[in-house]
Design a protein around this ligand. Structure first.
Ligand code: 2F8
Ligand code: CA
Length: 356
């Protein structure tokens, strides 16, 4: 900032330090004697007077203005000094700022250059990163597709795994059941093997027995055939393998039995319904080889075997200890049922039986 130059403004105007001096040329006009000149002189005097008055007024005003201007000049001078001082300070500040500015400018230039280099490097890095980003984006897209495929595969595999797990659990249960069944069957097999071994032994024993029995059967069959074909003595009747003799006289049970024994026979033992029917059909009320004389109520045959099948008449036996010997009674119409218990000392016909 430049200081304001007050003196220069004043120098543009004519110096008025001595205004009286300026009227010298006008006084010289008084030396020309003429009327016109007088008039002119009067006019001039008037004009001069007016001028003087005007100058006076003007001078007074100028004085006042000069005074004001002096004051203003002082003020301006003071301000100029102040401004000069301020200007000097500002100049110093400007120089300082200029220096700082230059330093800053250099620093900024350096920073700018550095930043430019960094920017270029960053730009390169940015471009490189962009390329890497694009590559990564491509890789990301590829990986995303691959991930989706893997996710689909994973889901499928997960389902298959669950199904396999379910199948595995089912198979494990079935395996346990089968293992239990296998153990049970194994135990049963072992038991059956033991039984089989025992049965094999028994079968072999039975086979041996069967073979022996077959031989015995064949022998018995031969004997049976011989017996069947064997004829009975005179006055004896044939039935099956036995011959039967019907006494012609009556006697007690014991005497009748003795008579049979004398004939190499014994009182008849009835072993079947057919034999009983045969005996009854002979048409004689007679003793048979049945008695409970040893134990009342327990009937046995003369060979000592217990009676198992009976053909008692309805209501018999009824004699208790009084009737201990069996007879074949033919008074009823039934073709089979004919037995009655009688007192053993009662006399009765008797039937003997010889086997073979
Ligand atoms: O009514 C059946 C009964 O008949 C006779 O007694 C009344 C017989 N006794 C004699 O013949 C001795 C019983 O043996 C028989 O039960
Ligand atoms: Ca009786």
């Amino acid at each position: 900032m430049m200081p304001m130059d007050i003196d220069d403004t004043q120098s543009n105007k004519p110096r008025t330090e001595n205004p009286v001096g300026d009227t010298v040329s006008e006084v010289q006009c008084w030396k020309r004697p003429s009327g016109v000149a007088v008039i002119c002189l009067g006019l001039l005097c008037g004009l001069l007077l007016a001028g003087i008055i005007g100058l006076f007024v003007y001078s007074r005003d100028q004085q006042a203005r000069y005074s004001i201007l002096g004051n203003e000049k002082d003020q301006f001078q003071s301000e100029e000094d102040h401004l000069q001082t301020h200007f000097s300070t500002l100049s110093k500040d400007r120089d300082l700022l200029h220096t700082k500015c230059k330093t800053l400018k250099d620093e900024l230039q350096t920073n700018y250059d550095n930043l430019t280099k960094e920017r270029d490097q960053l730009q390169k890095s940015y471009d490189k990163l962009n390329e890497e980003r694009d590559q990564l984006q491509t890789s990301y897209n590829t990986l995303t597709k691959r991930r989706d495929q893997l996710q689909t595969s994973y889901n499928t595999l997960a389902k298959e795994k669950d199904e396999l797990q379910t199948s595995y659990n089912t198979l494990a249960k079935e395996k346990d059941h089968l293992q239990t069944s296998y153990n049970t069957v194994t135990d049963e097999r072992d038991q059956l093997q033991t039984i089989y071994n025992s049965l094999t032994k028994i079968k072999n024993q039975l086979q041996t027995s069967y073979n022996n029995l077959t031989k015995e059967r064949d022998l018995l069959q031969t004997s049976y055939n011989n017996l069947i074909n064997q004829k009975c003595p005179k006055n004896w009747k044939k039935f099956g393998c036995s011959c039967y003799y019907i006494s012609s006289v009556k006697n007690t049970w014991n005497a009748g039995r003795q008579d049979c024994l004398n004939r190499r026979a014994d009182l008849v033992i009835i072993n079947s319904r057919e034999e009983q029917a045969f005996i009854k059909a002979l048409g004689h009320r007679s003793w048979i080889g049945l008695t409970d004389r040893d134990v009342d109520g327990t009937w046995r045959w003369v060979d000592g075997t217990p009676m198992t099948t009976s053909y008692w008449i309805n209501g018999e036996p009824n004699g208790g200890k009084k009737e201990n010997c069996g007879e074949n009674k033919i008074s009823n119409d039934d073709p089979v049922m004919a037995w009655n218990d009688q007192p053993c000392d009662h006399e009765n016909y008797f039937i003997c039986e010889r086997f073979g």
